[in-house]
Design a protein around this ligand. Structure first.
Ligand code: NDP
Length: 282
């Protein structure tokens, strides 16, 4: 079998298009534009690129972007007071603290200062708690992007055997909760899982969020399964995922490429969360 490609780039572009249309309608009916504030602390070049891409996407859909840069040696109180200011700014619907922050600061503690209503990254303890309890809240962007890809491809989660490899707070754990919420039967694997290959082979939907290039081999994939590769690994051969794409695509029914699969969905989901946060403010 040769798998059908799940084109995250095209799906993300259509989501951005839908959001842009909604913003146009809001503005045409006299509403203000949704606003996303970003904070970078220090001079991490990768963070600068990620945040620039987020602002570009904001411009494209008609959001207002507010960018704040603080120097690396900023004290905790300086970042905390900026977050407090943005929490009470009515033009700001979403706040994103770009991680990592410099080692002298506690990124988790700072993130937790973001008002849950504006937590468009879905990474505060409150948002994580709401998700775990199955209550309404802003969900983390990358796992939401993975679920959205399944939905838009028509892959049914209800009753499906989902195997997630990776249990990080950023991807694996929230994704497990989201799949459970959608009535999948979920198994979460990690570095101490015994017989990972055997567990992976059970999956109707196999999701890899590990950070090890080509860890998942073709024969770990059940014939006809759907494979979602969240991994982004820089190698000498360029960007590769956690799944051996060439092998796996011979057995899977649907598969995401890397790059161009889950990656572009993360920003699309950030925009969608910002619009949802705007909606809850309106
Ligand atoms: P983490 O390093 O936080 O977590 C990795 C997880 O993989 C851990 O749970 C770890 O287990 C598990 N793991 C590591 N090695 C193995 C192994 N050999 N077998 C089984 N499990 C293993 O990574 P993230 O969740 O932050 O990211 C995962 C990948 O997703 C990375 O490649 C990252 O670049 C990518 N990513 C992509 C995004 C996107 O926008 N598409 C966004 C975020 C991440 P244990 O808990 O036991 O240590």
């Amino acid at each position: 079998m040769t798998a059908k490609l799940i084109d995250g780039k095209a799906i993300a572009a259509s989501i951005r298009g839908e959001i842009a249309t909604e913003v146009e309608q809001l503005v045409a009916s006299g509403g203000r534009r949704p606003g996303l504030a970003t904070i970078i602390v220090g001079e991490d070049p990768a963070s600068a690129v990620y945040v620039a891409n987020k602002h570009k996407a904001c411009d494209e859909v008609g959001f207002l972007g507010f960018h704040h840069e603080l120097p690396g040696p900023s004290p905790f109180e300086a970042v905390a007071s900026l977050i407090a200011e943005l929490n009470s700014d009515s033009a700001v619907d979403g706040i994103l603290l770009q991680l990592p922050v410099p080692d002298s600061l506690d990124g988790g503690r700072l993130t937790s200062l973001i008002s849950p209503d504006k937590d468009v990254d879905g990474l505060t303890a409150t948002s994580a708690g709401l998700l775990a309890l199955g209550r309404k809240g802003l969900r983390p962007c990358t796992p939401s992007g993975a679920v959205e890809l399944l939905d838009r491809t028509g892959v049914e989660l209800e009753g499906a055997e989902v195997v997630i490899v990776g249990r990080s707070d950023l991807v694996g754990k929230p994704l497990a909760s989201m799949c459970l919420e959608r009535n999948a039967t979920v198994t979460v694997c990690h570095s101490r899982t015994r017989n990972l290959q055997g567990v992976a082979q059970r999956a109707d939907i196999l999701i890899a969020a590990v950070g090890v290039p080509n860890l998942i081999k073709g024969d770990w994939v059940k014939e006809g399964a759907t494979v979602i590769d969240v991994g982004i690994n820089r190698t000498e051969a360029g960007l590769v995922g956690d799944v051996d794409f060439n092998e796996a695509s011979q057995r899977a029914a649907f598969i995401t490429p890397v790059p161009g699969g889950v990656g572009p969905m993360t920003i699309a989901m950030l925009l969608r969360n910002t619009l949802a946060a705007y909606g809850s403010m309106a």
